[in-house]
Design a protein around this ligand. Structure first.
Ligand code: ADP
Ligand code: MG
Length: 228
């Protein structure tokens, strides 16, 4: 490649197909995009347009048929499964639609579990986890509650704090507000815009709710696997 190495997240001509009977279904059709550090990129599109597929490719959970995915300029499509797992743990924060929190752990412990996987020393981990939870608004003892003792919005905040624990270069967020009312959804989107700036993540936010996009730096529309 010529020119300076782009930081953040870059997709170049990404094609992804799924088996579909004896044919293949094209879920992503030559998708190219770039999100720089500190930039919130929103992806909008109807159900079935390929939004979750796009995030899965960016997360290295699916390998594209062709095209490239670059994280801070490094091509991540050729990584082994083990290398891809390490990359996700160190460089990519993922927030799914349903907060996949462990039922038996408190908010704080959800973050400490990540710290443990990464080998962060317990004392440093605890301080950092408490700070992150406070930064997403979980204070006054809420950091010691288990998921069923938190509201849907608060669970999504835990999910976001956990995704930020490793200081990822890339933050991928799939319809984080779909289980929330409009007011709470808008506050989660505000929070994502704030953490994108303060943590300098290259953030991709997938949503079908256009009213939540006032903070986006760029809005890309996905239709039938094509960006326009
Ligand atoms: P969105 O998130 O925008 O709703 P998806 O990325 O989930 O869209 O799906 C895009 C298209 O790919 C849809 O037609 C969907 O049915 C299809 N698809 C998604 N996942 C799979 C899969 N694992 N196997 C086969 N087809 C899939
Ligand atoms: Mg989806």
């Amino acid at each position: 490649m010529t020119g300076p190495t782009p930081t953040g997240l870059t997709l170049q001509d990404v094609v992804l197909t799924y088996p579909d009977g004896d044919r293949r279904l094209t879920a992503l059709d030559a998708v190219s995009l770039h999100s720089a550090p500190g930039e919130l990129t929103a992806i909008v599109g109807p159900s079935g347009s390929g939004k979750s597929s796009l995030l899965a490719v960016a997360a290295t959970l699916l390998r594209p048929d062709s095209g490239r995915v670059l994280v801070d300029g490094e091509d991540v499509c050729g990584l082994t499964a083990k290398q891809a797992t390490a990359l996700r743990r160190e460089r990519i924060g993922i927030v799914f639609q349903q907060p996949n929190l462990l039922a038996s752990l408190t908010a704080l412990e959800q973050l400490l579990a990540v710290a443990h996987l990464r080998g962060t020393r317990p004392r440093a981990a605890r301080g950092r986890a408490e700070q992150l939870l406070a930064s997403v608004g979980l204070t006054d003892g809420k950091q010691h509650r288990r998921p069923h003792q938190l509201s849907g919005g608060e669970r999504q905040r835990v999910n976001i704090a956990r995704a930020l624990f490793a200081e990822p270069a890339v933050l991928l967020v799939d319809e984080p507000t779909s289980a929330l009312d409009h007011e709470r959804g808008a506050r989660i989107t505000d929070l994502l815009a704030t953490v994108t700036r303060t943590h300098r993540t290259a953030t991709l936010l997938v949503t079908h709710d256009r009213t939540l996009l006032t903070h986006a730096d760029q809005i890309l529309e996905l239709v039938d696997g094509r960006l326009r």
